[in-house]
Design a protein around this ligand. Structure first.
Ligand code: ADP
Length: 496
């Protein structure tokens, strides 16, 4: 066992703040790193020490392994926490951190390498009899092979990048004729995004739910799962709203998917926190999708429902401690929902929105948690991910969680950039979300088609557009709220 006394957080934004908070509560001295635009960001101001990376783009700053290791050396830290994104799932980063003599807070580098490639993960798990989405476990070499495979699986199929992430390098194909072009495009996108153009073929599962299982594995061979998160509200295959637990799972299905996730962790020799992602079809068959070898953006909903701090667990595991609870000692208490607040034009294909935050008043109150990486004056640039905060609520049950989220979204004020807050509000009212039957095509089906264009809720016309789109229970209830038409004077007073 090696106690961590000082830790470098190799990240920015809300997750850097989040990691700092848990580390602080454990008596750990925290070290921030920052790019030029992030000089006065909350993670820099909160951490005990902060070091400049001297650069603007991600490549010049948060992705520069040499600079980060040099700071770790200079600051004399014991450990490095990678957060999510950036270097968190790079095998060479984990390896370099360990070789330099620091503790990497995450899985072993070999595990990251093995599971980071979707094809090698599929290959391993197929051999262990884990149900994977039908398809190849090796990259496709030529068109003939692709035609043979796709025809035997049956259309529609999905061309996916082996090194994929963030929903990139994925193409649905409905016929043999479309195959060649789709492979070329997927390869190009994969090369640009992951410097690896290998692609493979998976059966396209029609209208599934995205269900993922959180696991914790210590260095003593103990592995437990913390139930599921449903993340089917996605745009461009990226999550926007998540909930825990899922309406689609019974206790029995939860136990089966949970034990499959534990089996996957054991098969891969997994250590630390991780997430096993699955697709669940309408017959309740589940198929392994991929492993995320890091803390997930949406981890807070599991924390709220299971009453645990996943970051602290990660740190304890990295110190060599045994898990302090067994599978039977963890259980569900209430229902949590997370809305990701992206600086995006939700009514314009979710295009990034840039600018300076001029007013910031997150919502508060019982059961409301705001994980954010911004403050008044923060510049939202094109350089980094547009997710600026996460609003999480915990209710006694799902109905209360939805009502609480509606209230908390209404209260949340950000001026200076457009955000996904009004979009998330629409989701909370949508009958398909309310009754829990939504699947991964929910956003595309209701909000991205030409006939469902939405405008910003700043005029009466828009308020009525919202009403017709979501069939609100009471029009007036919505139109008369503070988010919708109101006098400049009132707005001014509110922002003072
Ligand atoms: P990434 O690593 O890029 O996030 P994933 O494999 O995790 O890619 O898939 C992201 C999302 O893409 C899933 O949540 C789902 O919405 C969709 N998807 C992926 N594979 C399939 C499939 N075989 N059939 C249908 N949808 C899929």
């Amino acid at each position: 066992m090696k106690k961590i006394n000082k830790m470098l957080i190799a990240n920015r934004g809300e997750i850097a703040v989040r990691i700092h908070r848990s580390a602080k509560e454990m008596g750990i001295v925290t070290v921030a790193v920052y790019s030029d635009p992030d000089r006065t960001a909350p993670h820099v101001l909160l951490c005990d020490e902060a070091y400049p990376l001297h650069g603007v783009t991600s490549a010049e700053s948060y992705l520069d392994v040499a600079k980060i290791l040099e700071i770790a050396e200079r600051a004399n830290v014991d450990a490095v926490h990678p957060g999510y994104g950036f270097l968190s799932e790079k095998e060479f980063f984990a390896k370099s951190v360990t070789h330099a003599g620091f503790i990497f807070i995450g899985p072993r580098s070999e595990t990251i390498g093995l599971l980071g490639s979707k094809t090698s993960a599929r290959d391993l798990l197929l051999k262990k009899n884990i149900p994977i989405v039908p398809g190849t476990t090796k990259p496709i070499n030529n068109l003939d092979e692709a035609i043979t495979v796709a025809s035997s699986i049956g259309f529609p199929v999905l061309i996916k990048a082996s090194g994929g992430g963030g929903g990139k390098g994925m193409r649905r194909v409905d016929s043999v004729e479309e195959l060649n072009n789709a492979i070329d495009r997927a390869k190009n996108e994969a090369l640009k995004s992951f410097s690896d153009d290998s692609v493979y073929i998976e059966k396209y599962i029609v209208n599934p739910k995205h269900i993922e299982i959180q696991i914790l594995a210590d260095t003593h061979g103990n592995v437990i799962h913390l139930g599921e998160r449903e993340c089917s509200v996605q745009r461009r295959h990226q999550k926007v709203v998540e909930e825990c637990p899922s309406m689609a799972l019974t206790a029995d299905l939860r136990a089966r998917m949970g034990s499959t996730a534990v089996d996957i962790a054991k098969a891969a020799g997994y250590v630390n926190a991780g997430t096993m992602e699955f697709l669940l079809d309408d017959q309740k068959n589940f198929y392994f999708l991929e492993v995320n070898t890091r803390v997930q953006v949406e981890h807070p909903i599991t924390e709220m429902v299971y009453g645990l701090d996943i970051i602290k667990e990660q740190i304890r595991i990295a110190q060599g401690e045994k898990l302090s609870f067994t599978q039977n000692e963890v259980s569900i208490h209430g229902h949590a929902i997370e809305c990701r607040i992206y600086a995006e034009e939700y009514d314009n294909n979710f295009l990034p929105s840039t600018g300076t935050i001029t007013h910031y008043q997150p919502s508060e109150g019982l059961g409301v948690r705001n994980d954010s990486g911004i403050r008044v004056g923060s510049e939202i640039t094109m350089y980094y991910d547009p997710m600026i905060a996460k609003l999480v609520v915990l209710g006694r049950d799902r109905t209360e969680a939805i009502e609480k989220m509606k209230r908390a979204l209404r209260e949340y004020k950000i001026n200076g950039v457009k955000t996904t807050i009004p979009f998330c509000e629409l989701v909370m009212y949508h009958p398909e979300f309310v009754n829990g039957t939504y699947d991964i095509n929910f956003v595309a089906k209701h909000y991205l088609g030409p006939e469902s264009k939405l405008s910003l809720p700043e005029s009466t016309a828009i308020a009525s557009a919202l009403v017709s789109e979501v069939q609100l229970p009471d029009k007036h209830d919505i139109i008369n709220t503070n988010r919708y038409p109101e006098s400049k004077w009132k707005q001014q007073r509110r922002n003072e």
